[in-house]
Design a protein around this ligand. Structure first.
Ligand code: FE2
Ligand code: FE2
Length: 159
């Protein structure tokens, strides 16, 4: 496995661990009675596994067998609801940083197959970051209002 494909395999694992982190956030929210927020994070986790699956398929297509690594235990406590989404947002920024690094490496190695694949992830990350930023803005406006929180919980529960 060359350096670039090795890094892609790393990203495959990182997407899975992202899903794992969002499952932990879902459990935190569910425990606090925020079923809508929990639903949101469960969906988010499922999406991460789809991102992983897309990388897995690609690796097979270029004749590389993907390798699973061990997954780090995710954070369990997140402070409060807004903090949870902020942590998720920061995580997405880290994902974006890694995708950009991969894009640079693919360009360096002139691997157009990987460049093409990664374009999808670049676009996806714009959406992901925008999504979390929007939620954090909403939550900061809602503040400590339980009525507001419950309405928003219901809204995200219909995602
Ligand atoms: Fe992802
Ligand atoms: Fe994501």
């Amino acid at each position: 496995m060359g350096k670039l494909l090795k890094k892609l395999n790393e990203q495959y694992n990182f997407e899975i661990s992202s899903g794992y982190i969002y499952y932990s956030m879902a459990n935190y929210m569910k425990d606090k009675g925020m079923d809508g927020f929990a639903h949101f994070f469960n969906k988010q986790a499922e999406e991460e596994f789809e991102h992983a699956e897309k990388l897995r398929q690609f690796l097979f297509e270029v004749d590389v067998r993907p390798e699973l690594e061990s997954i780090e235990k995710p954070q369990v406590e997140f402070g409060n609801f807004t903090e949870t989404f902020k942590t998720a947002y920061e995580h997405e920024q880290e994902v974006t940083r890694r995708i950009n690094e991969l894009v640079d490496l693919a360009a360096e190695e002139k691997d157009h197959r990987v460049t093409s694949l990664l374009q999808w992830y670049v676009d996806e990350q714009v959406e992901e970051e925008d999504n979390f930023r929007g939620i954090i803005e909403r939550l900061e406006r809602i503040g400590e209002s339980w009525a507001g929180l419950y309405i928003y919980d219901g809204e995200l529960g219909r995602r």
